[in-house]
Design a protein around this ligand. Structure first.
Ligand SMILES: CC(C)=CCC/C(C)=C/CC/C(C)=C/COP(=O)(O)OP(=O)(O)O
Length: 319
């Protein structure tokens, strides 16, 4: 049984969007908070829209059954590692997969081996996300600035993406995985763009898990392209300048491809303490976790540590 309380907030979010109270001892609450989008189409009762900053919020009090089911998809019936609580799992994790080249150099290996080891780490993380009920994983695979790397390295990374998509296409379909790519695709080879469009189209109705790959992407690029689209709408008389607000910007960002909220947790590996122009708007209320491990060494134990850290935090969204 469930009921919904709807209330309005003047300008900023009150408590939480899509996660329950985070308790290190035991999750005691089954309260869910969701923002109701003023401009986007109506969503399902417990389906949160894109972001945490829209002005109207709904408080949904769920029964046991509803906690197991989010947006109609059943959570995996797999026991979680000790100390992790399903109710307070992040829905969306983002990762800056840093340290692949250092990993290779430390071993006296060519740079390519570092990226190959990084892909193995990514595969393992996708499996863990699926197993533990994390619904979206966004990875920074190639930044706008990475175009300045040696040509051979750029070509290798592009071939990794191309081969990865081709090899995994069957498993995406079998495992109900949706693939989305965000970034400035105009800089990519035509054949790769076609492949990306094909995999996005083929997997667009898959609901178990969404992998968002950021390629030729930067947070500043995303904001600029959103501004350009909004400016066109103003120019065409579709909207007035005064209509531009947070929700409208959110709709024009590349992350509009996910039905889930912005990242709850950002993990950056390799000990660097920066967000490096990644999802600048979307990270507004994201919890940050910086791991010492280089990305190819980031495995299950490190992921559990990041999730435990996340679950110990209280997210107030400035309220
Ligand atoms: C298909 C797909 C999604 C592939 C992902 C492959 C992968 C692991 C890409 C990482 C790309 C990258 C530029 C990481 C930054 O660390 P760095 O390697 O520059 O490390 P450094 O800081 O040691 O130089």
């Amino acid at each position: 049984m469930s009921f919904t309380l709807q209330f309005s907030l003047p300008s900023r979010p009150l408590i939480a969007t899509n996660t329950t109270t985070l308790s290190p001892i035991r999750p005691v609450t089954n309260l869910r908070f969701k923002p109701a989008p003023p401009l986007s189409p109506p969503s399902l009762l417990i389906k949160p829209p894109l972001c945490a900053s829209t002005q109207q919020r709904q408080l949904v009090v769920s029964g046991e059954d509803e906690l197991k089911s989010i947006n109609g998809a059943q959570e995996e019936n797999v026991p979680l590692p000790v100390g992790l609580w399903r109710e307070s799992m992040p829905k969306h994790v983002a990762v800056i997969m840093d340290g692949n080249r250092r990993w290779a150099r430390l071993r006296g290996l060519p740079v390519d081996s570092g990226y190959e080891a990084g892909v193995k780490s990514l595969r393992a993380m996708v499996e863990l996300c699926c197993k533990w009920g994390i619904r979206v994983l966004t990875v920074f695979a190639f930044s706008s600035d990475n175009w300045f790397r040696p040509k051979m390295e750029v070509e290798f990374l592009m071939s990794v993406l191309e081969e990865g998509v081709k090899e995994e296409m069957e498993s995406f379909l079998r495992d109900n995985v949706r693939i989305s790519v965000i970034g400035d695709l105009s800089k990519l080879q035509k054949s790769l763009v076609e492949l990306i469009m094909h995999v996005e189209e083929t997997t667009k109705n898959n609901t178990r898990f969404q992998l968002i790959v950021a390629v030729s992407y930067s947070g500043q690029y995303d904001l600029v392209q959103a501004c350009q689209r909004i400016a066109m709408k103003v120019k065409d008389g579709v909207i007035e300048p005064n209509d531009v607000n947070e929700s409208l910007i959110e709709q024009e960002l590349e992350t509009n491809c996910t039905e889930f909220p912005y990242p709850d947790l950002l993990i950056r590996t390799s000990g660097e303490l920066r967000v490096s122009n990644f999802m600048l708007w979307q990270l507004a209320y994201t919890e940050l976790f910086f791991a010492q491990s280089l990305w190819p060494d980031f495995g299950e134990a490190e992921f559990i540590e990041a999730l435990r850290s996340f679950q110990r935090r209280r997210r107030s969204y400035g309220g």
